[in-house]
Design a protein around this ligand. Structure first.
Ligand code: SF4
Length: 357
């Protein structure tokens, strides 16, 4: 039960710039004073990063959906002989990026894929090498901590060696996915075949040590408890204290359609999405950028989320696949004009970034 005195104590701490505790985070999740929470998160957002809202003109490249992990929350992964399974060739990837490059503002690639059971690390590396050589002006953000750990497992190289080879090939940053909820209980139930919480954090820590920026995310609204959401945010905050290498945090609400959890779990409400966005901003006091990912939130909710702590709305994407397999109802891409309009309508300043964060 949330009482007003506790709410005032939290507000006082935020206004004084004091760090919120685990207990504060749990109290916030127990509280339904949504407009108050949004205003507080908006205050922090404005103090940390002003009124600019970042976006980029980017292209998602999903090399393959064939994946040996088959996480219960994922509608994208397939077995080799499943209908709809695909694996791109290097020529396919070049063709996709050439098509996206017709937009002269294209600035970055976002490459994430399944854990293909027979591809080697060299197979994945070759895509980065070729795309970087052919499109040197594009910033390449590629692979999640889960994929990097998988590359280490299948190659016998250390995580550090994998990262050095990817960086040499042209990789500039690492994607934030694969974090899901960073507790062993949740991962053992949902995705036992992929990187553990400690492994995911170790990939991020190692990347930061090598000067490679990474993003972080949270997939919420499935089997996790609200305390586990807080635990997840605290683990990210602790690592950010240690390295300062996270660029952006992204909240991903779970989309159940076509997943193994479809019958058991309902999609999160807008209320939960906005509350989680605001709490993320308040708990992650050492993250500058909090992203409202319009594909998962939908465009209208992402726009409102700009008043709940978010200062980033992702990019044009070109053609989204992963979340549309899970029933995302948002468009597969957005025109740059549309993104600018969404940001301006929210009273904020659109700010295109050259790199792909
Ligand atoms: S979430 Fe990633 S690792 Fe898990 S099944 Fe989907 S593609 Fe594979």
């Amino acid at each position: 039960m949330f009482v007003r005195g506790e709410l005032e104590k939290i507000e006082h701490k935020v206004l004084k710039g004091e760090r919120l505790t685990r207990g504060d985070g749990e109290k916030l999740f127990a509280c339904n004073e949504l407009s108050w929470m949004g205003a507080l998160a908006d205050y922090v957002r404005k103090k940390i990063c002003g009124d600019a809202v970042y976006y980029n003109v980017n292209c998602h490249v999903n090399l393959t959906n064939i994946c040996k992990s088959r996480c219960k929350f994922c509608a994208f992964g397939r077995n080799v002989d499943d209908g709809g399974a695909y694996a791109m060739t290097i020529d396919d990837a070049i063709k996709l990026v050439e098509e996206a490059s017709r937009d002269p503002h294209l600035s970055g690639l976002h490459i994430v894929s399944g854990l293909h059971p027979t591809w080697t690390f060299e197979n994945y590396l070759a895509f980065v090498e070729v795309l970087h050589k052919k499109f040197p002006a594009l910033h390449i953000k590629g692979f999640t901590g889960v994929e990097i750990q998988h590359f280490a497992n299948i190659s016998g190289l250390s995580v550090e060696e994998v990262l050095i080879r990817l960086k040499t090939a042209g990789l500039q940053a690492i994607a934030g996915g694969g974090a899901e909820i960073l507790t062993d209980r949740v991962r053992n139930l949902l995705c036992p075949k992929k990187a553990t919480a400690a492994e995911w954090l170790n990939v991020a820590r190692t990347a930061h040590k090598l000067g490679i920026k990474t993003n972080a995310s949270m997939l919420y609204g499935h089997i996790e408890t609200l305390s586990e959401r807080v635990e997840h945010l605290i683990r990210l905050r602790e690592l950010q204290d240690e390295t300062g290498g996270f660029q952006t945090f992204i909240c991903f609400p779970f989309l159940p359609k076509n997943t193994a959890l479809e019958k058991e779990i309902k999609q999160t409400s807008m209320w939960d999405d906005l509350k989680t966005m605001a709490i993320s901003r308040l708990m992650l006091d050492n993250f500058r950028n909090i992203k409202a990912y319009w594909v998962m939130l939908t465009v209208p909710v992402a726009q409102v989320a700009l008043s709940f702590g978010a200062n980033d709305i992702d990019g044009t994407i070109h053609r989204e696949n992963i979340l549309h397999d899970a029933g995302a109802t948002s468009p597969r891409s957005l025109a740059e004009d549309e993104i600018i309009k969404i940001i301006r309508e929210a009273g904020r300043i659109p700010c295109a970034i050259g790199g792909n964060k």
